[in-house]
Design a protein around this ligand. Structure first.
Ligand code: URA
Ligand code: SF4
Length: 216
């Protein structure tokens, strides 16, 4: 199976899945969508009303806001992969429960392995906690960090931000840095991938060396 087929197979399994009790109330499982070679993956919490109706992620009001946020970050929705930590709608949009998160985790894990994104933007605290445990989102939002060769960028959930004017400004400001962080992540990856310089090549003067990398 190539990577595209793996993603299709995950999507097929999600739509038929009954590994946790969320399958009783769902209308459509929402596996997620986006290009298989996406550099950036966004991970939300779980499908809401419209997502459950349509089987697609972030198609309601939070989704419209997410489109605006992506634009501020210099990204188009069509170039990112968007999914959630649970693939079926928690009834009444309640928080996902620990047993639902763990039952659904294999799908997300396999999506990440297949897409192998350079950066993951977590939307909200459940998604953040999967990569950065034991922190508060109010402390770490908008502060990228490397976790196993991937840049993890914790952001407030767009739905939460939509209903709280102060958070809305904050999440907009955080997303406005996205292009710059991705640029730095590219450079760090390219430096690591570059062959070791032969000894004959003169050292670059101190002031030409990249300094941004120390940010991470
Ligand atoms: N909120 C989420 O966390 N995910 C969606 O897909 C839609 C709204
Ligand atoms: Fe399966 Fe995940 Fe849906 Fe639970 S939420 S039924 S584990 S796809």
């Amino acid at each position: 199976m190539d990577a595209t087929e793996v993603l299709q197979e995950i999507a097929r399994q999600v739509r038929e899945c009954n590994k946790c009790s969320l399958h009783f109330s769902r209308k459509n499982g929402v596996p997620g969508e986006g290009p298989v070679n996406a550099e950036v993956m966004l991970i939300g919490e779980g499908p809401g009303f419209y997502e459950n109706e349509q089987g697609r992620p972030f198609v309601g009001s939070a989704g419209k806001f997410l489109d605006e946020l992506l634009e501020k970050g210099g990204l188009k929705r069509s170039e990112v992969f968007i999914t959630n930590v649970v693939k079926c709608r928690p009834p009444g949009n309640r928080d996902p429960m620990p047993e639902e998160l763990s039952a659904c985790n294999d799908y997300l894990e396999e999506q990440i392995r297949t897409i192998n994104p350079l950066a993951i933007v977590t939307l909200g605290r459940f998604s953040m906690a999967r990569f950065i445990p034991n922190v508060r989102i109010s402390d770490v939002h908008g502060k990228p960090r490397w976790v196993k060769d991937r840049l993890i960028i914790p952001m407030y959930h767009p739905a939460a931000a939509l209903h709280q004017p102060s958070l809305k400004t904050t999440v907009e400001r955080d997303f406005a840095h996205l292009a710059e962080w991705l640029d730095q992540a590219h450079r760090k990856r390219d430096v690591q991938a570059a062959p070791v310089q032969p000894l004959a090549v003169p050292e670059k003067p101190e002031d030409e060396k990249p300094t941004q990398l120390s940010l991470f």
